[in-house]
Design a protein around this ligand. Sequence first.
Ligand code: ZN
Length: 156
Amino acid sequence: MRITKNSVVSFHYTLNDPEGNLLDSSAGREVFSYIHGGSMIVPGLEEQLEGRIAGDSVQAVIPAEKGYGEIDPQLLQRVPLDKFGGQQVEEGMQFQTPDHRVWSVLEVKDGEVTLNGNHPLAGVTLHFNVDITEVRDASEEELAHGHVHGPGGHHH
Ligand code: ZN
């Protein structure tokens, strides 16, 4: 069957940036599974998997706007170091604000901390290599729960 809305799709993938650096991969892990049409994966990949079948290998190049979005300059902020209440702040640290946004520390310099609240892959063109392993219809229960059950999904 072909991938269409409410298909449960399982695949292995590698994700590289345009320079060929590996960003993420399912190698050595369970397959990744999602319900097609539910915005569970980035929109550009969902578009390019539409109509594919199990066994297909898909090379998808996805611009940032259809991936994790463009970089929002308003989410690049400088905060005085003394706002951190004396705790150790170092480049690469991450923390979450009450709105669930994850911020990364880009730089600590001259008593100021530069923070990035964008997704780490915002602004990045995504190069996916996807090997589709299974395509099936979602069950009523999966659609009601909004997630996949069984391999690559929830176990409950
Ligand atoms: Zn469930």
